[in-house]
Design a protein around this ligand. Structure first.
Ligand code: HEM
Length: 438
């Protein structure tokens, strides 16, 4: 009876249940959409406490952004005369236009935040470490693809910021342009490419629009497929790596050999080696992984929709180069850079050290390069691969968390404590609201 009730409840939400392992593997291998999953997945990599499903959550958010973005394209007009008013129409005239816009905006914010958190989890589990000599998995490559995805995600969000063509958009982009201008030698050239001239106008809008609706989404989608493919070619998530290495060493297996190549860009390891790592600890990808992914998509959609009901996307007055909001702030994920620019602008007598250069370019470039080189510099033990807070990585995890904490504090200071003229205000201090029009 109990079993019957259980089956009944299961059938309400999921009817596919393969009779044999063979049938389950076939379901994955023969299906066009599913065949890029392996027939079997390790139970360790499915554990929520390992990956927290952050990558899948990002994928779901990206899908919401693509669908809502396509709808918005029917209504938004990328011209300086009409852009702002098409957003106003969305807000007040088009039925549920406000909802589609809020959904798009909140999904974008969530995506940027989740990509950062995903990067943190990958670092703290040492999932980028190389074990090619033992298992044939070259994981640093996926870390580098991930860094490119992080950059493009931020660019995608930033290019979207300009499109409403309101004061918030115009001045956030102006801040970015000023930072680019402070790069030695190449600054003016970068600025020219970014804004398509010397002032932010129609040229800038159309450039950013095309990048936002075409180039960046296509690029992110292609990199995403490569990212997923690499996980498969690395023999699954790093959660099983340490165990596999131990077994390979114990049984003195020669774990050499690569088999596949995707247009010469992605090689992989042999299925025998993968099986070696995870003997007896696998489930069929269909339906276990597919069901999990579907559930995550449903949950992410529900949460994003609920948030979109309560959090309104801002729309300020139409963009005008004639007056500057005080304070003018960048989007929250760039506020730590804006704060660094302010903190590193030092005036000693007649000499000024440019904060735009130090805080806006040198420090972030250094951090990014360091992140890129880290998989090559990290010499901790193989046993630390795919393990949260492994003891051999204590020092580097502490340094990494320290940098993350500084970035979060800088964002907080920029978002909450900076008032007119970029002066610091404590939470209990009020600042005078500056006039928005002269
Ligand atoms: C658009 C952004 C991204 C998407 C959609 C994405 C997606 C995913 C997915 C679905 C996974 C499988 C595990 C999981 O669900 O967490 C994964 C794993 C991984 N990601 Fe990402 N990712 C993105 C950005 C990044 C970034 C910024 C990094 C790091 C710089 C990164 C590095 C990795 C690595 C190394 C793995 C393998 C982890 C392991 O083996 O445990 N990814 N990613």
């Amino acid at each position: 009876m109990k079993k019957k009730i259980k089956t009944f409840i299961r059938n309400l939400v999921w009817t596919y249940s393969p009779a044999t392992e063979r049938e389950a593997s076939d379901a994955t291998a023969r299906n066009f959409l599913l065949h890029w999953f392996p027939a079997k997945t390790t139970t360790r990599s499915m554990s929520f406490s390992y990956s927290m499903a952050l990558g899948t959550i990002i994928f779901a958010l990206f899908s919401i952004l693509t669908i809502t973005g396509l709808i918005l394209m029917f209504l938004y007009v990328p011209s300086v005369e009409r852009a702002y008013w098409s957003i106003k129409d969305l807000e007040f005239v088009v039925p549920y236009g406000w909802f589609i816009r809020d959904l798009h905006r909140i999904a974008a914010q969530l995506m940027v935040a989740t990509v950062f958190i995903h990067l943190m989890r990958v670092f703290l589990t040492g999932a980028y470490k190389n074990s090619e000599k033992i298992t044939g998995s070259y994981r640093p490559l996926n870390w580098w693809i991930g860094l490119a995805l992080l950059l493009i995600t931020m660019m995608l969000s930033y290019t979207g910021y300009l499109l409403p063509w309101d004061q918030l958009a115009l001045w956030a982009i102006t801040i970015g342009d000023h930072i680019a201008l402070s790069a030695p030698l190449v600054g003016p050239a970068i600025s020219k490419v970014l804004i398509g001239g010397t002032i932010i106008d129609q040229n800038t809008l159309i450039r950013w629009y095309v990048a936002h609706v075409f180039f960046l989404p296509v690029l992110i989608f292609m990199l995403l497929l490569w990212h997923m493919w690499r996980i498969r070619k690395d023999g699954g998530l790093a959660a099983v790596e340490a165990l596999g290495i131990e077994r390979i060493k114990q049984d003195k297996v020669v774990a050499k050999g690569k088999t596949y190549s995707l247009m010469g860009i992605t090689t992989g390891i042999t299925p025998t080696i993968t099986q070696y790592r995870v003997r007896g600890e696998t489930v069929s990808s269909s339906p276990y992984v597919t069901r999990r992914i579907l559930m995550i998509f449903v949950m992410v959609t529900a949460v994003t929709m609920a948030l979109a009901f309560f959090i309104k996307a801002p729309l300020e007055q139409p963009a005008s180069l004639m007056w500057t909001p005080n304070p003018a702030k960048a989007p929250w994920y760039f506020l730590w850079l804006q704060e660094l620019v302010a903190d590193t602008t030092i005036r000693i007598k007649g000499l000024t050290i440019s904060g735009g250069l130090v805080g806006g370019i040198v420090i972030p470039t250094f951090l990014f390069l360091f992140a890129g080189l880290w998989p090559l510099l990290d010499k901790s033990t193989d046993q630390a691969i795919g393990v949260w807070f492994h003891k051999s990585r204590r020092l580097q995890n502490a340094a990494f968390l320290f940098i993350c904490a500084v970035i979060i504090i800088l964002i907080y200071v920029g978002a909450v404590m900076r008032g007119p003229y970029w002066h610091i205000y404590m939470p209990w201090q009020q600042w005078i609201k500056m006039p928005t029009r002269f």
